[in-house]
Design a protein around this ligand. Structure first.
Ligand code: GTP
Ligand code: MG
Length: 552
């Protein structure tokens, strides 16, 4: 091959990479189970990273190199990231090679001389500009009124701007959606640093306690803008039997009242002393008492709980499934985005379906497709080092290293087939009599009445979707049917589909179509109505008025 054709080939290759970065992503992740990182290892690495990091506010991007050379005096820098909050708030996240560098940097940092600012040691600092020609110096951020505005780089992009319409295939659109909205590296680092801020603040009095992120920050289903769920974990003591000196301690109970009091105290700590923590709300009456607050330097909402070990194990279980097959995460992301865009989900808790329940529904569907295993299989294959019983006595034992699991059935369905399959499966699911059990990977009879019953995978006597009203389940079913219809009809007519059409949701002009669809389903309960059926039948006006009333 001569030089010019080689160059042409290279140019073509570059062009294809630019045009189809999603496809590149797909091939990178298609055998992801082989590069599966154990959850404990992943968490441990991220925590070490955060222990070696500081977050410094700078006046502008121009200060970055000045800061870099200033910080380099304390040790080798491994990574440095710049991001901007809306307005003029610039931040630099600096990761050192060694934790000792952070310690000496903090030792050398100073507190602002202002009687209104409480001197606190934390990994959040600001960089004094060098205008007076004095040597720049880091100052430890104090608790004062920080002018917070939304963070540009940490805000997920508008899905209308990411170029979904440029990709023909629905599968690739789903992969692009994942790539553009999933939690990125800096977002993950900042989440762990947010946890570390609280852990460090409590270290003097509780040297063995840890603050861990859980939920979508770590379960592989997190978006750029997802909240940070944190849990303060009790000390895991391993007694040193050779030591004859033992710390005195107070007995505490894990009773609800004690947890509620702890939440109040944590709320005060965050509100009064910790920099960046604002809008603190103590929600101690909830089933799981939490403190809600905003971390303004990171631009994210946080929920802090105490002693919720089961939730950490739940995050690990979801992490395992999210990494099990490359189709799991794009499918979950698409379904969650669909639900958000058509207002099935809502940021405030209420009678509607939650992202957590939606994620479990997608996983259950993928179990039906034999793409991921049921939980029983993971429990049966558990090894000695997988045994986990929480302080509350909940058994969270299941196989952690799923790369050891043999895959029996190979399902090669594409993402678009699975998306349509998900909508069709649940559009015809009998929510009235069936409960969803991911443990068995099967539907089971409902143990008690709830409009939607999803067995809690780790506490099987609880329903994770108990909050959902029957009206919301009905709305969910209608939207499922509508989504299946939208995709099916578009693929049938044009052989292509724009994901944005799905996110437009319930189209009033299609209402009579859906009413008819439901009628048809009532007449033919054993099968889902397809677009073809709709065109084959012209008895569309029957009982329209009655069903219209029901839908309203
Ligand atoms: P987003 O924050 O919406 O991105 O998803 P998330 O999975 O983080 O959900 P959320 O912040 O609402 O909850 C955090 C975690 O708490 C979830 O991942 C679950 O592990 C757990 N959780 C949430 N809701 C429930 C529930 O109803 N029952 C139980 N047992 N656990 C829940
Ligand atoms: Mg969350």
């Amino acid at each position: 091959m001569n030089k010019s054709s080689l160059r042409r080939l290279c140019n073509l290759h570059e062009h294809l990479i630019k045009q189809h970065r999603v496809i590149r992503y797909k091939s990178k992740t298609s055998n992801d189970i082989n590069s599966f990182v154990l959850y404990d290892k992943y968490i441990c690495e991220r925590r070490s990273q955060s222990k070696c990091s500081v977050l410094v506010q700078v006046s502008s991007e121009n200060s970055c190199s000045d800061l870099y050379s200033y910080c380099s005096k304390f040790g080798a820098i491994k990574n440095i990231f710049h991001y901007q909050l809306a307005g003029s708030n610039h931040f630099v996240l600096t990761e050192f090679e060694d934790q000792s560098s952070v310690n000496s940097l903090l030792d050398q940092s100073t507190h602002i001389k202002d009687s209104n600012v409480i001197a606190v040691r934390s990994p959040f600092l600001w960089f004094r500009s060098n205008t007076s020609k004095k040597i720049s110096k880091l100052s430890i951020a104090g608790k004062f009124n920080f002018p917070f505005k939304a963070n540009q780089t940490m805000i997920e992009p508008n899905i209308k701007d990411i170029g979904l319409e440029k990709l023909d295939s629905l599968s690739n659109q789903m992969l692009l959606l994942l790539e553009c909205t999933q939690l990125n590296d800096i977002g993950t680092r900042l989440r762990f640093l947010t946890a570390m801020q609280i852990e460090n603040a409590l270290k003097g009095i509780f040297p063995l306690s840890k603050v861990l992120p859980f939920g979508s920050s770590v379960n592989s289903f997190g978006k750029i803008g997802s909240d940070i769920d944190l849990v303060l974990m009790d000390s895991q003591t391993t007694e040193n039997e050779t030591s004859r000196l033992i710390f005195h301690g107070k007995c505490v109970s894990n009773s609800r009242t004690q947890i509620q009091r702890n939440i109040e105290i944590l709320g005060d700590l965050l509100q009064l002393f910790l920099p960046g923590c604002s809008r603190v709300k103590r929600i101690s009456q909830a089933r799981v008492p939490i403190v809600k607050y905003s971390q303004d330097f990171v631009g994210v909402e946080c929920d802090l709980a105490v002693s919720n070990e089961t939730a950490v194990n739940m995050s690990e279980l979801l992490y395992i499934f999210g990494n099990y097959d490359y189709r799991v995460r794009p499918l979950v992301f698409t379904v969650k985005m669909w639900a958000k865009e058509i207002n099935l989900t809502n940021d405030t808790p209420g009678r509607w379906i939650t992202n957590f329940s939606l994620t479990l529904l997608v996983l259950f569907y993928l179990q039906q497709e034999k793409i991921i295993p049921d939980i029983q299989t993971l429990v049966k294959q558990a090894r000695n080092n997988d045994v986990r019983i929480t302080n509350e006595g909940i058994n969270c034992t299941f196989l952690r290293d799923v790369s050891k699991l043999n895959r029996v059935v190979e399902n090669n369905k594409t993402l678009d087939q699975l998306l349509l399959g998900f909508f069709e499966y649940f559009a015809s699911f009998d929510f009235n009599t069936n409960a969803i059990s991911l443990n068995f990977g099967k539907k089971i009879n409902k143990p008690e009445y709830s409009a939607l019953y999803i067995v809690n995978p780790l506490e099987v006597h609880f329903n994770v979707s108990k909050n959902i009203s029957s009206e919301e389940v009905e709305r969910f079913r209608i939207e499922l049917r509508n989504a299946a219809w939208t995709i099916d009809s578009s693929l049938m007519n044009t052989n292509s589909f724009n994901l944005l059409d799905l996110f437009k949701g319930f189209d009033v002009s299609k209402k009579s179509q859906i009413i008819f669809d439901i009628q048809h389903q009532i007449k033919n309960p054993n099968r889902l109505v397809t677009v073809k059926d709709l065109f084959d039948d012209d008895s569309q006006t029957h009982e329209d008025t009655r069903l219209n009333k029901q839908l309203k």
